[in-house]
Design a protein around this ligand. Sequence first.
Ligand code: ADP
Length: 536
Amino acid sequence: MPLSKRIEQVLAPIYKQRVPVIVLKGIKILVSLLPPVLTGNLLNNLNQYDGDRAFFYIGMIAAVLAVYFLLDWAQDYLWYRMEYIGTGIIRSYLFANVIRKSFLYHKDHSVGDLEGKVVHDAGIYAHAKISMMPMLFLNIIHILVILALLFSRDVPMTFATIAFSAIFFLLYKLINKHIRKATLREREGYSEVLTTTHETLAGVNTIQLYGEEEFFAHRFEKTVDKYEHFLINLRKWKGFALAANNKLVGLLPLVAVFVGLYLYRADIVIAGIGTIVTYYLLLPALVDPIKSLTEFSIDYQNARAVEGRLEELLADETQTNSKLEQIDKIQSLEFSNICYKYDDGTEVLWDVNFTVKPGDALAVVGPSGAGKTTFLRMLKRQLHPSWGQILINNKNHHLVDEKSYINRIAVLAQDIFVFDDSITANIKFGKDIPDAEIQRLAKICALDHLDLEDSATKLSGGERQRLGLARALACQYDVLILDEPTTELDAATETKIIQNLKAVQQENGCIFIVITHSQNVLDNLCNKSLTLSKPK
Ligand code: ADP
């Protein structure tokens, strides 16, 4: 489903709230037109009114202005409230998609780029999806009502106004193209600034250790300069559009009055002074809707520019496929003649074969660059074999519903992601696990000497690694992949962990797949081994 349809689905509750707010805005527009008309009538008929009637009329105009003020305030508050809530919904939706995107996608996209899209572009898109069409509708109604009122006063003067207004639109058509191109470049520049900020701050320790602060500050400055250039270019076109608009709208009453004077000459002072005043008061009221209409085209160009950028954030829709085999427990896992080639032609795995069953612990060994990480990604179905087949319970994995088993393969990755919360929360990692179970896991992973309510961010490298192990063991797994699980541990702790893992396996009969260089792990945990080597 395309982005715009999906967003319309998540915005459905906001769309329901829109109707009363649009009605309120419509009423505000109508009320705003009353004072100029009433003032014109008052002036046209002043010589027929006695003092009381004139004062009554003035009081009425003042009351209408007070109502207008309240309506204007209420609709502004409700409108922006709706837009902000909608922006939040879109951001959350996009973020939920981004964290489901494939490993390859994240490899290719920087954090800054994604942040720019989820945080900033989402705001522009929310405005477009929520406000753009109702605003267009309301602005057109606004202009039509003003023109109807003007026509009821004077036909030739109104025609002159319309003819002059058409000039705006022709002008805008000419500059829209530039605005769209400039917006796209500005968005890309913004993402680049975020990316540079992120990666530099993430590596600030290394930068300081090497004393290269100046180089990286300069690198940031260059990115910012580029962005500034894009921003200035965009402002040039936007400013041109808005300034042209302001000046042309300012000319409108003059054009109308000029035509009026030309047509009526002397009569105007005697019969139509109120009409001229109505024109003078109403025509500036055209400024806002015409401005909004021209901004509509800017918003529209912006929305189109960001829509393309946001479209690619959508995660593939993986659904449970009932036609495929469902798996409750992984009883065997087999690689048969597996080969893998990256898109750029790099051949990584070549004719990989093994079978593991409950109780097995397969050691995967090989030098750096041999394809151990690629192999791990394939086990989790983040990459698909270029050749050969993966068999789950003796069935080709294409015939098995991925959703039914993929979470039964738990992973202890090399990089342990720790977020700013307690050790307990970091082990639970979003799951609902009783505290007693957390304590049991902490003991297995030799973390029981720590206060589990302490912050996890202060842990040492070895403690982080054991926290990662506890997190993996907390999953409902049949297969546990351990990627270099003991690199940060001293020999005694490593031996203890190996013993504990063996006990876990005896208890639950799981399969271990262990990527390792440790002789201790090879000798004392694993009963099978697979050697990966770089293809020649
Ligand atoms: P290991 O984990 O054993 O060090 P990897 O699986 O990370 O090995 O990488 C194996 C080879 O594949 C390396 O030569 C690496 O450069 C290459 N490689 C890894 N990821 C990609 C990718 N996304 N595109 C192209 N080549 C890649």
